[in-house]
Design a protein around this ligand. Structure first.
Ligand SMILES: CC(=O)N[C@H]1[C@@H](OP(=O)(O)OP(=O)(O)OC[C@H]2O[C@@H](n3ccc(=O)[nH]c3=O)[C@H](O)[C@@H]2O)O[C@H](CO)[C@@H](O)[C@@H]1O
Ligand SMILES: C=C(OP(=O)(O)O)C(=O)O
Length: 416
């Protein structure tokens, strides 16, 4: 199994390009199931999760063509509306085939999804929504089995804000009979990117980006070409890496537009940040000031940036309080950061981090995608060598991580 060896101490500097967003690309690829016409996506990141999603779609009968960061999907011959356990177990987003499959095919069997081990992560809201739209849905032998010849528009209210839940139900509603209203909808930019593509395909959607989305069902959708939005979490991760190491970087092919909460906190920590239309520049102070955060649905501070902020606080001046309100088990990185000498106390969903002058390199284990990113940041500032095990998590979500970090002057390499 690959590991990442980091020799800490180098301040990151220079310019690097950000990739397309994993969490926008995954639902968008599933939108191809809604039409008989080919859909082309550009700016698709080269990630294990994308490979898994393309394999999943291919075994359903979708024709997949991939050239670099361009992917064309043709679901005219869709024949097998099944998402098997072997493909679904590593990736939460595979549940996103459920809504489109029932809407277009009238039936779907989808294994209960895996993904990052950060909480129980049920899919009851996805199921409840489809049932409200007239589908018969049951869970048997670890599979969600949904049937519904033609979904009917309905008024949907989710118990909590759910990103993939909103995306699944919005896609299903596009081909339903009549109007669907999703209340308490997720406002994440990835939901808006999906809605923009669906609208270009002929869907009638309004309100994406607010907490009430209205969808008027249409008979059919057409093929289009769509550019995947930049990855705001990858961008935030590189900003944190530069901030922690006292560096100065320019990130291109990205935007500060969806990163207000993160940029605000980095500025509170003492960083100078300027944003242009498609680039962000950060200059870090000699030492960061501790910043407290509380994760919550967009536009508040993203849970997918919590581990990275825990890492930067381990070497900041002062004490930070970190509250995780989205997932019940998303502090797994804390014990690994403690191995590097960090001072962290956990009490339920709260972590109290007291900054140290420096961390010391050690062997640590990556437990999930963003936990791994937090460990990489800590390794970059720790004295000596840090060896990160189980980096397959990173390959799910960070395109060319070692190459990009090396381009910024980090001493990092993959070892067997
Ligand atoms: C592929 C993708 O886009 N993943 C993102 C998505 O995950 P994902 O869409 O899985 O996360 P949700 O927004 O659905 O989860 C929010 C909370 O709702 C709970 N819940 C959700 C659905 C449901 O049916 N029942 C239920 O109880 C979850 O367990 C969690 O506690 O949003 C998360 C929250 O921003 C991010 O961390 C993930 O990176
Ligand atoms: C939690 C994440 O991914 P997933 O929802 O795919 O597990 C993430 O991207 O941080």
């Amino acid at each position: 199994m690959d590991k990442l060896l980091i020799e800490g101490g180098a301040a990151l500097s220079g310019e690097v390009a950000m990739s397309g967003a994993k969490n926008a690309a995954l639902p968008l690829l599933c939108a191809a199931l809604l039409t008989r016409e080919p859909l082309t996506f550009t700016n698709v990141p080269a990630l294990n999760d994308i490979d898994t999603m393309l394999r999943l779609l291919a075994q359903m009968g979708v024709v997949v063509e991939r050239q670099g960061s361009q992917v064309t999907l043709d679901a005219a011959g869709l024949s097998n509306p099944v998402a098997p356990y072997e493909l679904v177990k590593t990736m939460r987003a595979s549940i996103l085939v459920l809504g489109p499959l029932v809407a277009r095919f009238g039936e779907a069997r989808v294994s209960l999804p895996g993904g990052c081990a950060i909480g129980a992560r049920p899919v009851d809201q996805h199921i409840k929504g489809l049932q409200a739209m007239g589908a018969e849905v049951g869970v048997e032998h670890g599979y969600v089995h949904a049937r519904g010849p033609r979904l009917k528009g309905a008024r949907l209210f989710t118990d909590m804000v759910t990103v993939t839940g909103t995306e699944n139900l919005m896609m299903a509603a596009c081909l339903a009979d009549g109007e669907t209203v999703i209340e308490n909808a997720a406002r994440e930019p990835e939901v808006v990117d999906l809605a923009n593509c669906l609208v270009a395909m002929g869907a009638r959607i309004s309100g994406a980006g607010t907490d009430v989305i209205r969808i008027q069902g249409v008979e059919r959708l057409r093929g289009v070409t769509h550019r995947i939005m930049p990855d705001r979490i990858e961008t935030g991760t590189y900003l944190c890496a530069a901030a922690a190491t006292g560096g100065e970087v320019r990130l291109t092919g990205t935007s500060g537009a969806y990163l207000d909460a993160v940029i605000d906190k980095l500025m509170d920590a003492g960083c100078e940040i300027t944003t242009q239309r498609d680039a962000i520049h950060l200059k870090a102070p000699r030492r960061l000031t501790a910043v407290s955060i509380r994760t919550a649905p967009y536009p508040a501070f993203p849970t997918d940036m919590q581990a990275q902020f825990m890492a930067i606080n381990t070497v900041a001046e002062g004490t930070a309080v970190i509250r995780e309100t989205i997932f019940e088990n998303r502090f797994m990185h804390a014990v690994e950061l403690i191995r590097l000498g960090a001072r962290i106390r956990i009490d339920g969903n709260t972590a109290v981090v007291t900054g140290m002058e420096r961390l010391e390199g050690a062997t640590v284990m990556a437990t999930d995608l963003r936990a791994s990113a937090g460990l990489v940041i800590a390794g970059l500032v720790a004295g000596g060598e840090t060896l990160i095990e189980r980096i397959y998590h990173l390959d799910r979500g960070y395109e060319g991580l070692e190459q990009k970090l090396s381009a910024l002057g980090a001493r990092v390499r993959r070892v067997k």
